[in-house]
Design a protein around this ligand. Structure first.
Ligand code: 8YV
Length: 319
């Protein structure tokens, strides 16, 4: 029966998902997708994975009876979905349930970066207001043109918010979207040239690795603001640090980093930045909805032989 099916939990999940999984399955837990952590006594029992971290080809191959990997998050660049697909293993992610939350965070980060809300609060708390007024912010949202790199579900939710702010939107995407009227640019450099505010919402992985390089930052220009709520891997962080120091761009707001949770010192010390610890989807409400979708995918798979939200690379996989 399903309650005798072994699910392997990878990473530090919250109590809610652990509780739900314990109710529905037999659970094994390890800290990460490291083959050395697998116990030969039970690795043959593992039929499903619920994961918050890396699941590479070697790890997939080390589990002979694996059928499904449920990724906690809409971005699944940490899972080798192509390899899973080739091996007939299903991969699911958590789309839709976090779309509006992440879009809210992106807008909050944008406003904070441009109008210096966090820095102004630090000024007040340090008692500085008693002595002087907070300096006028050099930047404003007014008059900006916003470019969105990656016009998927979250990109569109951000675009709708930006439109409501009265700002024009342009985008770059693998293909032109036919359900929006925003200006389309086929390359990131062309988009950066056309706008002064660039919001990154594209998936991580090899295709987008370090696409925001010195050339793109140069194209964004001295009034430029970079916002990243996607993956740190999209940005050449060394080039970004240099661009911030030199004034090649004006400011950056980052929720994601190349080597999380480690944030490179040069970035912590760079001027005009707002840095957040990857909290885009991190409300109790949204994280619970994501957890439910991970568990519901596993239940659907073992009860009915179907996944609710399969990723495209494994859309063909049958139980
Ligand atoms: C992560 C995210 O899932 O959905 C995504 O792609 O980046 C987040 O919601 C979360 O940080 C847990 O790894």
């Amino acid at each position: 029966t399903r309650r005798d099916t072994t699910i392997l939990l990878l990473g530090s999940f919250n109590d809610y998902i652990v509780g739900r999984l314990e109710q529905e399955f037999r659970l094994r837990r390890i800290a990460s997708g490291d083959v050395a952590l697998l116990d030969p006594a039970w690795l043959h029992d593992v039929k499903g994975i619920a994961s918050m971290g890396r699941v590479d080809a070697a790890f997939i191959d080390a589990l002979p009876n694996l059928e499904i990997i449920g990724n906690f998050g809409v971005g699944y660049d940490a899972v080798d979905a192509c390899h899973a697909g080739a091996r007939g293993i299903m991969v699911t992610n958590t789309p839709d349930v976090l779309t509006e939350e992440v879009a809210d965070t992106a807008i909050g980060l944008l406003i904070d970066t441009v109008r210096e809300l966090s820095r102004a609060q630090a000024f007040l708390r340090a008692g500085e207001w008693e002595k002087a007024r907070y300096p006028l912010s050099k930047l404003s949202l007014r008059g900006r043109k916003v470019g969105i790199f990656g016009l998927g579900r979250i990109g569109k939710a951000i675009a709708r918010r930006v439109e409501a702010f009265g700002l024009p939107v342009a985008y770059c995407n693998r293909r032109k979207a036919d359900d929006v009227a925003y200006d389309y640019y086929p390359t990131l450099t062309a988009l950066a040239q056309a706008v002064d505010t660039l919001i990154l919402v594209a998936p991580g992985g090899a295709e987008t690795s370090k696409v925001v390089n010195a050339e793109v930052l140069q194209a964004l220009g001295e009034n430029g603001v970079l916002i990243n709520i996607a993956r740190g891997s999209l940005v050449d962080e060394e080039a970004l640090v240099e661009a911030l120091h030199k004034g090649t761009i004006a400011a950056a707001g980052l929720d994601v980093f190349d080597n999380e949770p480690h944030v490179r010192k040069a970035l912590l010390e760079a001027p005009n930045t707002v840095l957040l610890p990857h909290i885009g989807s991190a409300s109790e409400k949204t994280r619970q909805a994501m957890a439910d979708l991970v568990v519901d995918n596993l239940i659907a798979w073992f009860d009915r032989g179907v996944a609710i939200t399969p990723v495209p690379e494994t859309g063909h996989v049958k139980k």
